[in-house]
Design a protein around this ligand. Structure first.
Ligand code: NAX
Length: 331
């Protein structure tokens, strides 16, 4: 039998945490033969609620779950973890300035970066979910210089999955037959959901999404805004933000990163830019990636048209501004 893997979830007493920890304990994230020990971190006001989640995990008697650490101590939470899913953060409240929210998250991610650097297992893989996800990941990278930049990512898989879902609904095909959409850039409303390279499996082979949809006006308009605004639509309907879909996407992200993407398929991940596709280096930017042996690689050489170029630049510009704002909070 395999040795258990320690998986950290921060903000574990929150909504996404509540959906995510049972998925991890059932093997959705790391596979049905991989035992796990869950490390759950939250802040003292949520300690009692966090303990309630721990009680429910015990009550669920998950066969793969070999232990639960529920704590408000960041060092205890980070010790020995090989996977860290960072869901905890400071939410934007009505009337708050962008800079104030940024400043709170910068200080959280700065201190959690140091704790991970000192106490996590070597080669720990980090996924930042909490918003502003790309910039929180960048701060974490800056303050954990000994963690390889290859190991620090942010979640745009939810946006990717939303794009697959919209295409599947529109064409009335199985979502599992749609692949290779791309989310470029920021996990925000400036993200660019791109279907120019996406295909659908049909009885007569793989066909381009553009050819099957045959409605460029929809693909260049309503499709894009629906994906960009989906988070707001969920809040409007549920009076709460996306939780089960975010948790599921976090599992998909880590699953594919650790276990690999299928041949011929890519996924979207926020990763440290090396300047690929003329995106400024040094931003955490969502790209199409393939994964193998626990490492992601940006898919290279895709042709980019003028429409895409402009949208990819606009979301990069927003990330550069967020980065500047985050740095201004440090001084
Ligand atoms: P909740 O407010 O339900 O949960 C957040 C939890 O984090 C709370 O229990 C809170 O006590 C805890 N927390 C706050 N500061 C902490 C700290 N310093 N250390 C540890 N825990 C801390 O929010 P939820 O709906 O679960 O969303 C969590 C985050 O995910 C938010 O930042 C949200 O904006 C972000 N999202 C990101 C998505 C993505 O695709 N990247 C999609 C879903 C979601 O909106």
């Amino acid at each position: 039998a395999k040795d258990p893997v320690r998986v950290l979830v921060t903000g574990a007493a929150g909504q996404i945490g509540y959906a995510l920890v049972p998925m991890i304990a059932r093997g959705v994230m790391l596979g049905p033969d991989q035992p796990v020990i869950l490390h759950m971190l939250d802040i003292p006001p949520a300690a009692e609620s966090l303990n309630g989640v721990k009680m429910e995990l015990v009550d669920a008697a998950f066969p793969l779950l070999k232990g639960v650490v529920a704590t408000t101590d960041v060092v205890e939470a980070c010790t020995g973890v090989s996977i860290a899913v960072m869901v905890g953060g400071f939410p934007r409240k009505e009337g708050m300035e962008r800079k104030d929210v940024m400043s709170k998250n910068v200080s959280i991610y700065k201190s959690q970066a140091s704790a991970l650097e000192k106490h996590a297992a070597p080669n720990c893989k980090v996924l930042v979910v909490a918003n502003p996800a790309n910039t929180n990941a960048l701060i974490l990278k800056e303050f954990a210089p000994s963690i390889s930049e290859k190991n620090i990512t942010c979640l745009t898989r939810l946006d990717h999955n939303r794009a697959l879902g919209q295409i599947s609904e529109r064409l009335n095909v199985q979502v599992s037959d749609v692949k290779n959409v791309i989310i470029w850039g920021n996990h925000s409303s400036t993200q660019y959901p791109d279907v120019n390279h996406a295909t659908v499996k049909t009885p007569s082979g793989e066909k381009p999404v553009r050819e099957l949809v045959a409605d460029d006006e929809w693909l260049n308009g309503e499709f894009i805004t629906t994906v960009q605004q989906r988070g707001a639509a969920i809040i409007k309907a549920r009076k709460l933000s996306s939780a089960l879909s975010a948790a599921s996407a976090a599992c998909d992200h880590i699953h594919d990163w650790v276990l690999g993407t299928p041949e011929g398929t890519w996924v979207s991940m926020g990763v440290y830019s090396d300047g690929s596709y003329n995106v400024p280096a040094g931003l955490i930017y969502s790209y199409p990636v393939t994964c193998r042996n626990g490492e992601w690689t940006i898919v290279q050489g895709l042709p980019i048209d003028e429409f895409s170029r402009q949208k990819m630049d606009a979301t990069a510009q927003e990330l550069a501004e967020e980065k500047a704002l985050a740095y201004s909070c440090l001084s």
